[in-house]
Design a protein around this ligand. Structure first.
Ligand code: GLC
Length: 713
């Protein structure tokens, strides 16, 4: 009999329920040690895990209570929301996804895991895998953007990075993929709102990153706050028990979101906390984050026959097995050694990641900044905003570690006279600084206009119905533009901001998102040309919120948009196309794609198609180019998206260099969820589309034919 089986046999009901109770240190632990009623709860074996507590001493103190002062000595889990760094803060996920490089995604997660494991953390509530196509939703900042294929690759890389090859290693932490599922489909971009979408959308768009996370071995999954088609995810048997556990075979721990079990009452599916606890447990949720419903109400649910002891034992068994996989029974104090982390290497990685996440949206010849520049104005509320560079969910990151845009530019342009003026606050109603800011602009050869959001304007519970520039920033920008200065607009935000008027009039526009500790150095390196920008948009950038939801992989319609035909899917008052498409991003070079070809025009299941194209750097700077491969299924049993991302490749090109870029496309890439949502490939024609972004008109295209085993096309 192994340790877990022995514990299961020994535990009282209350001790079992304690293992399902996940509490936050924010409410229970005061100061450097456990305090208040928490001490008694832990000593009584009523706590299975704590989150929002870190630091070797504080964690050791809490762990000691569990290991040495409880009857059975079951160690605690220690969780934290480590999404883009623990102490060293990397770019927010929506920015990092735009690097389109699974290796760097893995590296930043590994670096974060190491820093966290040194401080006693053994579980992170990440990666966040919610596909999002609405910039009004503040949590778009936390995830991999709009595309399920990109989301799946992001999931795999992050789970590898956090969990390492072996969870029992003290430098590994359990990844909790979240929020299962379709949280990003919130109507009108309003957080926590009830989601109503088709099963087809679920299987084509919102589930694939979680399917990938399960296949990648993620240790745990967190259910989402929202309901899907009337069934709250916290008690959604069809999606949690039947699909996640049943169909995908996920046998890891499922954790509710914060008080979400209690919220089943507000959802209107539970009459009281006893019913709520029973519904969640029966759906397959193992740990109750903060609501206390499992600890307090499952005994009554058991006595009233709402749940069986087997349901409870199954949940406890999974929690104990996670602790066993983490090696906590062998070494409850399995802290990574400080000597195992290289803080300098982490900061260099933060700089590399930040540099590559920056997305050059428009450049009308003003970038890179000329070395001869002697008078530069740095204006705007984000220019010297230190803490905001961390972005939302910055774990234990600290503002004092961040380099501001102004500091980065001063260091990068030592011979220039750099004048700074904030102009206006980020979101306030102040305008008195606009005139003096314009006076500074008039004295300069170029103005770096730093605009955008505060870190708290995206992330959880940070939705904006009008995702433009907040406060009086537009007035500032228009006044600075009116001086006639050459303006480079730098936008720091957690979402695409709708400001077409700015993009139209500035000489260049750069999306820097929230880049973390090394923000200022990275943006200065890109603006001065020390680094050739290579970031690409992981999410479509709309002209206006009126276009939202807007994304490249829209399903075909019988009347696709046609500016020359009024009876097509278009607006009278806005363009149908976005301001910038998925995958958009410029560099200081110019790459041309030619000669798209395939090694076969017909293929069968199990066969690969070799797709190649030639990429030429027609610019004067070496460049990192991302080349996308989409497919279009021309005829199928259901209308397919007009394009679907199926691969991307990187081409590192010296000036004038031409390289052949190759994709080995498996036949699986042509499958889609069939009528029962199992993957099918239908005989028939497919277009393979290759290009530098999702703008259909710019893609090279070749047609191939899939024949099924009977040879039918
Ligand atoms: C929050 C978030 C979730 C996070 C959890 C713990 O409400 O929804 O993403 O992991 O609580 O902080």
């Amino acid at each position: 009999m192994n340790k877990v089986e022995r514990l299961m046999q020994s535990m009282t009901l209350e001790e079992k329920l304690g293992q399902l109770n996940l509490v936050t240190a924010g409410r229970m632990i005061t100061g450097p040690t456990v305090g208040g009623d928490a001490t008694e709860d832990i000593r009584a074996g009523r706590v299975g895990g704590v989150f929002n507590l870190w630091g070797r001493e504080a964690v050791a103190n809490a762990q000691r209570l569990a290991v040495e002062e409880t009857r059975l000595g079951v160690p605690l889990l220690f969780g934290l929301d480590i999404l883009h760094g623990h102490r060293t803060i990397f770019p927010i996920p929506i920015a990092e996804a735009g690097i389109f490089d699974p290796l760097i995604w893995e590296r930043t997660a590994r670096a974060a895991a190491l820093e966290a494991a040194c401080e006693g953390i053994n579980m992170t509530f990440a990666p966040m895998l919610d596909i999002a196509r609405d910039p009004r939703w503040g949590r778009i900042a936390e995830g991999p953007g709009e595309d399920p294929f990109l989301g799946a690759k992001f999931a795999e890389a992050k789970i590898r990075g956090f969990q390492g090859g072996d969870l029992s290693q003290r430098t590994s932490i359990a990844a909790v993929a979240k929020h299962f599922c379709a949280y990003g489909a919130a109507p009108a971009g309003r957080d926590y709102a009830a989601v109503d979408i088709s099963d087809r959308s679920l299987h084509e768009t919102y589930l694939p990153p979680f399917v990938a996370a399960v296949a990648a071995g993620c240790a745990a999954i967190m259910t989402a706050f929202n309901s899907v088609n009337g069934a709250p995810m916290t008690s959604n048997r069809a999606l949690v028990r039947d699909f996640l556990r049943g169909k995908l075979g996920f046998d890891g721990v499922i954790i509710s979101d914060y008080t979400a079990i209690a919220e089943l009452i507000e959802h209107g599916v539970a009459g009281d906390l006893v019913e709520a606890a029973a519904l969640a447990l029966k759906a397959g949720v193992d740990m109750d984050m903060v609501s206390g419903a499992y600890l307090r109400c499952l005994p009554e649910a058991l006595s009233r026959g709402f749940v069986d002891l087997g349901d409870i034992d199954a949940a406890v068994d999974r929690v104990l097995r996670l602790k066993q996989r983490l090696g906590l029974f062998d070494d409850p104090y399995r802290f990574a050694s400080e000597t195992e982390q290289d803080k300098q290497a982490s900061r260099e990685l933060a700089l590399e990641t930040a540099r590559r996440a920056i997305t050059l949206l428009v450049n009308r010849g003003v970038l890179p900044l000329a070395n001869e520049l002697r008078h530069v104005a740095v204006i705007g509320p984000l220019a010297n905003a230190r803490a905001d560079m961390l972005g939302p969910w910055s774990a234990v990151g600290a503002a004092q570690n961040c380099v501001t845009i102004l500091e980065g530019l001063v260091a990068a342009l030592p011979r220039a006279d750099i004048r700074f003026h904030e102009g206006v606050s980020i979101a306030g109603d102040d305008a008195e600084g606009i005139a003096p800011a314009c006076a500074v602009a008039r004295e300069a050869e170029v103005v770096i206009l730093c605009l955008g959001e505060s870190a708290s304007m995206s992330g959880e519970a940070a939705c904006r119905a009008t995702p433009g520039l907040p406060g009086r920033q537009r007035e500032l920008a228009e006044a600075v533009l009116a001086t006639g200065a050459a303006v480079v607009a730098v936008i720091a935000s957690g979402r695409p901001l709708t400001a077409p008027w700015l993009v139209e009039r500035a000489r260049a526009t750069v999306a820097m998102w929230f880049l973390g500790d090394m923000a200022g150095r990275a943006i200065a390196d890109v603006l001065t040309g020390r680094i050739n920008p290579s970031g690409r948009l992981a999410v479509t950038w709309p002209h206006d919120v009126g276009q939202v939801p807007i994304f490249y992989a829209s399903r075909s319609t019988g009347r696709p948009p046609d500016a020359d035909d009024p009876f097509t899917s278009r607006y009278l008052d806005l363009p149908t196309a976005p301001l910038f498409s998925f995958g958009h991003g410029l560099s200081y070079s110019r790459v041309e794609l030619t000669n798209l070809r395939v090694d076969r025009n017909e293929f069968h299941a199990g066969e690969n198609i070799e797709v190649t194209a030639d990429a030429t750097n027609a610019g004067k700077m070496a460049t990192e180019e991302t080349i996308f491969l989409f497919i279009r299924d021309r005829v199928a049993i259901v209308a397919r998206p007009i394009m679907e991302l199926k691969a991307w490749a990187k081409a590192m090109l010296a000036p004038g260099e031409t390289k052949t870029v190759a994709f080995a496309l498996s036949s699986d890439s042509f499958s889609f969820p069939g009528e029962d949502f199992a993957p099918v490939i239908e005989p028939g024609e497919f277009d393979i589309l290759v290009g530098l972004n999702a703008e259909r008109a710019n893609l090279l295209s070749v047609r191939v034919l899939f024949r099924d085993s009977a040879g039918d096309a």
